[in-house]
Design a protein around this ligand. Sequence first.
Ligand SMILES: CN1c2c(nc(N)[nH]c2=O)NC[C@@H]1CNc1ccc(C(=O)N[C@@H](CCC(=O)N[C@@H](CCC(=O)N[C@@H](CCC(=O)O)C(=O)O)C(=O)O)C(=O)O)cc1
Ligand SMILES: N[C@@H](CCS)C(=O)O
Ligand SMILES: [Zn+2]
Length: 756
Amino acid sequence: MTRSANLGFPRIGAHRELKAAVEAFWKGQSSAEALLATGSELRTRHWQLQKSAGIDIVPSNDFSFYDHVLDMTLALGAVPPRFAHAAEGDLLTLQFAMARGTDAAPAMEMTKWFDTNYHYIVPELHADTAFKLLSAKAVEEYREARSLGVETRPVLVGPVTWLSLAKAKDEGLDPFDLLDSVLSVYAELLAALKAEGAQWVQVDEPVLALDLSERQQAALQTAYARLAAVGPKIMLASYFEGLRDNLELATGLPVAGLHIDLVRAPEQLGPVLAAIGSEKVLSIGVVDGRNIWRANLPEQIALVRGAWDRLGPERLEIAPSCSLLHCPVDLDLETALDDELRSWLAFALQKLEEVAALTGAIRTGMSSVRAAFEASAAAAAARQASSHTSDPAVRARAAAVTEAARRRKAGYAERRAVQARRFNLPAYPTTTIGSFPQTKPVREARAAFRKGALDAAGYEAFLRAETERAVRLQEEIGLDVLVHGEFERNDMVEYFGEQLAGFAFTRNGWVQSYGSRCVKPPVIFGDVSRPAPMTVAWSAYAQSLTAKPVKGMLTGPVTMLQWSFVRNDQKRSETCRQIALAIRDEVLDLEKAGIGMIQIDEPALREGLPLRHDDRESYLAWAVDCFRLAAGGVADTTQIHTHMCYAEFNDIMPAIAALDADVISIETSRSDMELIEAFRTFAYPNEIGPGVWDIHSPRVPDDADMERLIRKAGEAIPPERLWVNPDCGLKTRDWAEVTASLANLVTAARRLRAGV
Ligand SMILES: CN1c2c(nc(N)[nH]c2=O)NC[C@@H]1CNc1ccc(C(=O)N[C@@H](CCC(=O)N[C@@H](CCC(=O)N[C@@H](CCC(=O)O)C(=O)O)C(=O)O)C(=O)O)cc1
Ligand SMILES: N[C@@H](CCS)C(=O)O
Ligand SMILES: [Zn+2]
């Protein structure tokens, strides 16, 4: 019988219940028991919701208190030696210590999960890492679901993906040297799941979407020859791209099932069907797990029928393209959303209903799901015919863009000279990345304003006071280039989305970004333009308070695109160009208002890079063009900054240089300045602020730490081109940490200056 399946459900809760519980525990306001109870309630609710939506194969172990890659690291006992002190306690405390750091041990690195805005904790490996089954979470959650009458398919991050994401900490060590020891623990875990009664296990190997080295390919062969023999049948899940040249490898592995992503790569169905042989179950991902558009069921059923014709009912599963971790939970909560737009959307629960409808159509015939299919077809037709998705003026303007609009008037060397005269900054200029603490009072004031409990004048007065406090503090600390603090912003993307035409925003569309932190990506449904200035009043106000330069602060077009739910009826490059023109308007208005330095953040430029090398050049070409279009209109005396965090820069250095920003600030401190190496190798020509404070950790770095990092950066970059700044914005930190850390940062810079 053809079955409906899910690969993972959003764990944070429709109302971010997990966030509240975890943060209360961290603050010491609630007990471990209370946190564990919330976890259990959420898992129970989510299993039941999935069953009620009509899903036959429901996942377990997709839940996590922080991150599922970290959970796998704990399962394998790969605890870095610096957490030995925490390893003596319970696993909850240990995992939070590893993720967030402690006074005694800096946090583990965190980076982007493939091309998503979800962050995982990077496993750390030493030649003598002693792997052992440390956490039986997967078994416990399987047992928990079973006790509730729900038979689940536990999910594990696969060994080859886990090793590929890991960082070797010993010179000369390749993570794959440790494959055998890692596989022993996986085998033990699978055996334990089998003993508990699990018939199937979903093993996620998204690396199958990447260009694989020979070592990775061999590791996949070795791993699955060994693990398939253990017992539970393995559903090997690939997603985020087509298998392409990994197709033969994937279909040839001795596993019982294979999941493929037919949303990103529908063209792979034919070749996979031809190669899959006569025994494997095929799980087809036909509902988009990465976006919020309603599926076109009549179109998708054609793919399903193609698979069914070849495989028959027993060897077919119908599923979302990937875990629904990247989707908000429930569209029904969006009561304030425009009815027309809402009728085009589906969140996690609605997507599962779509999976169930496609399964019903194949299993019991069209008559059982006719209403769902008709509604889906009507929504698709209405969206295509809607006048709200296109704006002829925006299209005409985008079509008329010339190369000249993307080019600064003078080259960097000339700009550097005129800007040095204008700003007259000391060596090692100090600055921050933009945001200052988004404290509870700030969030509460915004919530009160939104609910009407605080009027516009009261909210504005509150924000002005916060901004002035931040400016005064920065002056007192002695920073050279100030920021206004971004207090008026709920989020660096959502804030702009709320003000741009063509964007819509949700009330509850939360998606986990890292740990307890969530984002509410706006929805780009139509052509984008900027009806009015968005940030000019706040920047001008902050500048009016001080003689020091205050940077204007904008989110760049690629990041706006990447961190939104993007329309799927137009090329991404086209949508990005429209956003770039809207940001360009804002840049020019800031310049007109006397703002001399304008930062255009592009932290998602690297994340947007296609997973396969073959696709990268064309992406980088349009992404760089869009940034340059946003920035290119200003005078040479206006200094353009950009900022990127979490990026592996090595493979995109030419693109970063081609942005031609006067100054770039990057995240480097968690990797101990490793990332700066790429800038040295490439001989990056412009100014750089390598981050010297890991702002994701509550730890206050001392001035000696920061001085050491700057000196290390100075070995790679000529000191006269170095800036001193944190890794990223300070919105997640509190004022005590910010005040202490920034004072240390300024001390470090002054000490270096004295030695220059
Ligand atoms: C730089 N990063 C960002 C990414 N993606 C983005 N879209 N934005 C980013 O900044 N990706 C990479 C990184 C990820 N980093 C972060 C860092 C911090 C957060 C974060 O703090 N998220 C907040 C939610 C932010 C927000 O939208 N806040 C709203 C609503 C606040 C709220 O919950 N209000 C309450 C009432 C107030 C209260 O009682 O506290 C309510 O409405 O009930 C706002 O400020 O108005 C988070 O809380 O997780 C995310 C990614
Ligand atoms: N200006 C933003 C950038 C974050 S990537 C901030 O400071 O929060
Ligand atoms: Zn950042």
